[in-house]
Design a protein around this ligand. Sequence first.
Ligand SMILES: Cc1cc2nc3c(=O)[nH]c(=O)nc-3n(C[C@H](O)[C@H](O)[C@H](O)COP(=O)(O)OP(=O)(O)OC[C@H]3O[C@@H](n4cnc5c(N)ncnc54)[C@H](O)[C@@H]3O)c2cc1C
Length: 510
Amino acid sequence: MRIAPTENAGSVPEPYEREHLANVAPSGWENPTPSSPYDLLIIGAGPAGLVAARAAKALGANVALIERHLLGGNCLNYGCVPSKAIIRTSRLYADMRTAANLGAETPADLRVDFSAAMARMRRIRTRISRVDSAARLVAQGIDLHFGSARFVAADAVDVGGVRLRFRKALIATGSRPMLPTLPGLAEAGFLTNESVFDLTAQPRSLLVIGGGPLGCELAQAFARFGTRTVIAHREPLFLPKEERDAAQMVSDALARDGVEIHLNSTAVGVRVEGGRKLVELVNDGNTATVAVDEILTGIGRIPAVLGLNLEAAGVTYDADAGVHADDLLRTSNSRIYAAGDVCLEHPFTNTADASARIAVRNALLPGRARMSALTIPWCTYTDPEIAHVGIYVRQARERNIAVKTFTVPMHDVDRAIADGEEDGFVKIHIRDGTDTILGATIVSRDAGEMINSISLAMVAGIGLRTLAGVIHAYPTQGEAIRQAADAYTRTRPSLLVGWLQRTWMKRFNR
Ligand SMILES: Cc1cc2nc3c(=O)[nH]c(=O)nc-3n(C[C@H](O)[C@H](O)[C@H](O)COP(=O)(O)OP(=O)(O)OC[C@H]3O[C@@H](n4cnc5c(N)ncnc54)[C@H](O)[C@@H]3O)c2cc1C
């Protein structure tokens, strides 16, 4: 069967963009003749589907991978990769503007080249797409089918009129942007994460609706490019999942970057006047009107279950939580598993990857790997970054777990001072009376890198007592973690130190 090029094909002329599409949605693709039945049939070739396909193939399984749009899914095409690429360039502009803080000069003719930043992003996306390319998957022995999969029985799907049967299947269809029901929005036109990275010209002004990770990251990036940026968020503070002091730091950072912040504010209507989009925001009964050139919505994600015809396979689901899967990632059909954004509470690439490995293991091997056994860190890539792993204090309270917290502000860390990156802290929560790490939040320019050593310690069962003895390279921002561990050891003098202290004090007092 021949598949037409995707909607995006040809919209951006650069040669590397053509290579990107050739990698992730090759035109004129001919689907293979299905082998019957497949050991594992995977629907969706985002991070979860790709990881699952390779893991199952490595076990010698006969694997079908079905993708309806772009290989690599959200993460590669309009999520993690493009967002991090433009955040990097926007950070450079922010650093250039504040060069005086580092004893340097801001170039007198500093000019933002937005289209160059976007072209760089597309080059990077193309480079990374080679790893997920159709040609590579086929070379790895995976049967790659382009088209929309739809269940037609408990053990079969239909793709473009062809029936594919399976012994086991994995639903890895991810998520799609949730859209606000806002009168006038559709008529005015708006961006989501699926279109914002196609921009080649810089919007002069932008309203971001939603103050979660996507909204905060992109609002800061656009503000740093020099776009007049407004952000509106329903709640009293951004990043509702994160600890309040951490979220407040992000709010302060956005304000410093010139983002106009509307908290506790709900967008209630949009109209177009004189070519501009006028958005009405209501805060505590008061209405403010914001006039912008573009609107970006980032109010959340919803699991992609539409069109799968899950009823035909006996797989239960709901529109908000997606496919119902248990701790072993089994659905209500014992042949069918689920992984990634379509079924999980935490919509992250690392979680999609880890869940895919668990699903493949449980589907194809004896054993019972569990999602609840995983330790999963995440990070919001604002500047400073907010990274978290494990339990939050509010969750500990809900579960009646007594915790003790050790906090080190980054302004007490030599390298942070030297780098002029003093905003933030390392906060580690332990089970009271032990040195067992239950969770941590890090706010720092490189929090995403730093959180990995806490995750390592948690997975390896290394407590704060041992971390205090780990020699860190000096000066590094990661030393904040050792300083937090030192703070713990100061509260727990060893028996020897206690004896020495008592003996010394006796002699001293004699
Ligand atoms: C702007 C943005 C930035 C992000 N940044 C980060 C980050 O920095 N770090 C991080 O960890 N996470 C980040 N994420 C989240 C991350 O992108 C997702 O968690 C991850 O992509 C989920 O992987 P997945 O495989 O479950 O689903 P997806 O990536 O959504 O892939 C699902 C695939 O299934 C296909 N599909 C759907 N239905 C069908 C069907 N019926 N038939 C065939 N194919 C189908 C889709 O076309 C898609 O390709 C970001 C997300 C966004 C939106």
